[in-house]
Design a protein around this ligand. Sequence first.
Ligand code: C5P
Length: 290
Amino acid sequence: MTLSSPCKINLVLNLLGRRPDGFHQLETVMQPVGARDFLSFERGGSGIKLTCSDPSLRADSDNLVFRAAALFLEAAGIADGIRIHLEKRLPISAGLGGGSGNAGVTLRALNDIFGRPLAQEKLSLLAAKLGSDVPFFLQDGPALGTGRGEIITPLDPFACLKGLSVILVHPGFGISTPWAYKQMDNFPDAQNGAPGRAQALIDTLRSGDLTAAAARLYNALEAPVLRKYPLLSVFQDFFRENGAIGTMMSGSGSATFALMPSSGAAETLVERFKAQFGNTYWVAVAPLAD
Ligand code: C5P
């Protein structure tokens, strides 16, 4: 069984203060994007055997896919073996939730393969253990994330985003999520945002006013990241000046996204991007998935 593993962008990522457990309370609007990794699952053998197309990604018990499989098998009381292959196409440490998506797809796939021993609520608990972004990938549409990001409220697809494309750019270096959050102590305004940004964006998207919605794109984690890595601001300026509806860093970075009116417009702008910045950066054009 081979499944695709999509990624996400954060249209709003608003921090509402640091919690006693060290995590940040947040509200985020997450939108699935059709740029994908692929995962193959086959029953057999003994234990968990994971292989990965990307030699730079450890395929051992540290890998989120391995950890998701181990957690699932333990929770379901299953001793059978499973072979998993991860075909990695998405950049790592990019803020696109690639690894979180892999973990979410693994939980869903194993539950299906083994006859659904775990209820949805149990899967959500396991997903939240694996990472704040993983529960989002147990469902397929846009969603509001609250708590530390793990409490997911699915949202109806936004009609005004239908048919749009997104350009994703990765600058070749990753950003550690713990590092980005740790820096927030130096940016108290961004660390302690007023609640409401997520709902305001949702309402604006529902009204169909894409220009007004683009003005509401927000990511508190840009405060430390863009200061340290001004190249990401250069990319954003380029997209803004060349017809993007909106542009923003996703998650804790380092990927930047640009919303484009069509795949044709996105492909044309990618050509201009390459003419300006060269061919060394990872760039992808993908549809905004429903
Ligand atoms: O949950 P996840 O593994 O993605 O979190 C990685 C790190 O990012 C956490 O250890 C924490 O330092 C930080 N984080 C945070 N607040 C969140 C999510 C993550 O401070 N809501």
